[in-house]
Design a binder for this molecule. Sequence first.
Ligand SMILES: NC(=O)c1ccc[n+]([C@@H]2O[C@H](COP(=O)([O-])OP(=O)(O)OC[C@H]3O[C@@H](n4cnc5c(N)ncnc54)[C@H](O)[C@@H]3O)[C@@H](O)[C@H]2O)c1
Length: 318
Amino acid sequence: MKKYFVTGSYGQIGMDLIPAMLERYGKENVVATGRKKINPTFKELDVIYHRLDVRDEYGLRNLLVEYDIDIILHNASVLSATGEKNPQLAHSINFEGFYNVLEASRELNIEQLFVPSSIAAFGPTTPLVNTPNTTIMEPSSIYGISKVYIELMGSYYNKKYGLNFRSLRYPGVLSPEEPGGGTTDYAIWIFYEALKNMKYTCFLSADVTLPMMMMSDCLKSTFDLIEADDSKLKHRSFNVTGMSFNPEELANEINKYLPDFKIDYEPDFRDALARSWPQSLDDSVAREEWGWEPELPFEKMVPAMLDGVSERLGISYK
Ligand SMILES: NC(=O)c1ccc[n+]([C@@H]2O[C@H](COP(=O)([O-])OP(=O)(O)OC[C@H]3O[C@@H](n4cnc5c(N)ncnc54)[C@H](O)[C@@H]3O)[C@@H](O)[C@H]2O)c1
């Protein structure tokens, strides 16, 4: 069995990814790391956990050697909205932190390095409807620029050093877990506010359509890609998507379950960011090369989110 190493494990994705990895690969084969002290959920699951700031290159290497790691999932990142508030912090974590992981992977002959990219890697000059896998990428945010850097450096290390780098351009990922400061976060907070107050003020305009996927599909795409046969991969970074919708369409769908729910709009700086991103993605390259297929459509996502968030809040809605 291979040994897996995850950075940024306490994030929105990590909180679901780590338990799923324990089940899939066995708890002795998964090393979770993060900047914070171990949390009660991970303690209960008896996760192998170490505190690690990805900017600490020696700490990183020591752990990779100590556990004889084969595969790294590098999730630590500053997200889009937080990055725009502090571009210098985003640079140090998203560029320098990633570079530490990339170089350690090369020097220690790590078998595979997986790093999430994002729809934020695209920008206003990209064709925004059914965005192809290979197209113009001129992002306008520091977060998006870091994702293009990650994709290009990963591909360069693959060609130059044979590093088995793989990346997925996740759209907005939906789960009841509190999100970490991204622009697609509205599609999670809306469920919290709908259940608590029957009202949500959205920081995007009603008509801003973005691609999204449910966490179950995010994990499925991640496992499918990291386990894919390398000889089948012609690309290193892949579009993946589950659905596309705008805030108004989401509110209308929520109204089917909560008829009294109301939404209003106070767009802020995130509106311009979101408008520079794809409305929908063409994920045919992922489908062709490693058989990607999403499972959870929009209509099933809404009741799944309502169930998950209502359980977290202890508020029944049925
Ligand atoms: N959640 C989404 O909708 C989404 C969409 C596209 C791409 N992604 C990508 O997926 C990955 C995980 O995202 P997420 O939603 O879990 O993000 P998140 O913000 O919830 O989690 C990121 C984690 O990284 C940690 N971190 C930050 N700086 C660190 C450092 N210096 N050292 C170690 N850890 C550090 C944070 O503490 C946090 O736990 C990121 O690369 C993100 O860009 C996420």
